[in-house]
Design a protein around this ligand. Sequence first.
Ligand SMILES: [Fe+2]
Ligand SMILES: [Fe+2]
Length: 473
Amino acid sequence: MTSTINYDEKIPNNVGLSSDRRLQRALEGWQPKFMNWWSEMGPTLEAHDVYLRTAVAVGRAGWAHFDHVKPDEYRWGIFLAERDSDRRIAFGEHKGEPVWQQVPGEYRADLQRLIVIQGDTEPASVEQQRHLGLTAPSLYDLRNLFQVNVEEGRHLWAMVYLLHAYFGKEGREQAEDLLLRNSGNPDSPRILGAFNEETADWLAFYMFTYFTDRDGKYQLGTLKESAFDPLSRTCEFMLKEEAHHMFVGTTGVDRVVMRSAQLIREHDTLEIGPHGGVPLDVIQKYINFHYSVSLDLFGSETSTNAANYYTAGLKGRWQETRRDDDHRLTEDSAFLARPRADGTWVTEELSALVTLNLDLRGEYLADCRTGVRRWNRILEEAGISYRFALPHPGFNRSVGVHGGFAITPDGEIIDERVWRHLEHKWLPTSSDLAFVRSLMQPVHEPGKIASWVAPPINGINGKPFDYEYVHLA
Ligand SMILES: [Fe+2]
Ligand SMILES: [Fe+2]
């Protein structure tokens, strides 16, 4: 195990693949299927080359190399964070024991399931975003889209490696299926709901990379704590790449808000649609939608599966080792607010173990608030009194205790019929979507940018905004 990555092999890796011929052959058999998937389901816009980063090492310093690369020739590979030979299990009934280098028989099915669910989201997002290149607002944004897409492809590789290396024939079959399910496909959809929604425009892309990639960050954070060490190390390295995806989201929404604020000031009206900007209330509706579907990804607030995964050591809490408690949680409790049919809320005290999904959601929610604060600061600095807000966690939910209830962004439980009358105020309507769509005119010239978004403050890897990030085919 080295911290540098071998690019001489067919599959770049730092897992010593060449010393395991069987595994190497199996993965080399999967590789052309992945390439097929990429050409059929990956980006529809043909680029001659894109200024992309490629991982060259997994250590702390200087892990990435930037160069113009043809996306089809990107070197997808298998990179695990360095192994800590003293690492011990940090939580659950095996707390204090050495971490596992192999999959214990009794946890095989559960671990495989966790890896498949994580793996399924990675190619799904590439499928959801495949047409966006055609309407990119600038070459800088187009480059970021390609970067996110190739790395999600690599995250699929990361999960497929685990399936191939540790789960035998069943793992190999699951690896094939990860390429057969497709986002939004009525016959074989992706496993999780949010990954079957189309990312139809660039505002949705920024929201997705802000809210949904951030869900991914928290899920990976729990798997990074896993007692199954190869999974932990895989996730640790994926998190490194994910940081850029969320940066694209955070700064993407920043730039939309900045441009809208500019147009509001310039024309002295909130109705900036006719001036080529996205009105603030439409941005708020996008926030409401993407935040609420991302909350569904955390699963049900009460979950015995989550409790079992924790006790077994398969999946920890966010920043498990920094928590100041016994890391077993058998004596602890947590509170859950539950909507009732009479329109009131009741607070229940439950075992901390069955509410671990709620715990993770709480960490995520706090993180999402920081985005809203920064977007509001942009408005404040522009002297605009409008403020964005995250809706109540019960708003527009299908999964968990809120499913089946109609709950307003303020947390009021209302009648289903009333909801249908008011929904258009809270979620993007078909005319909002069509309007945002109409703004999505491609700008593929270096240094130029679309009307509805401000240019970035900094370019990528020290390059200026007008750098030729992409050469189109
Ligand atoms: Fe990912
Ligand atoms: Fe991502």
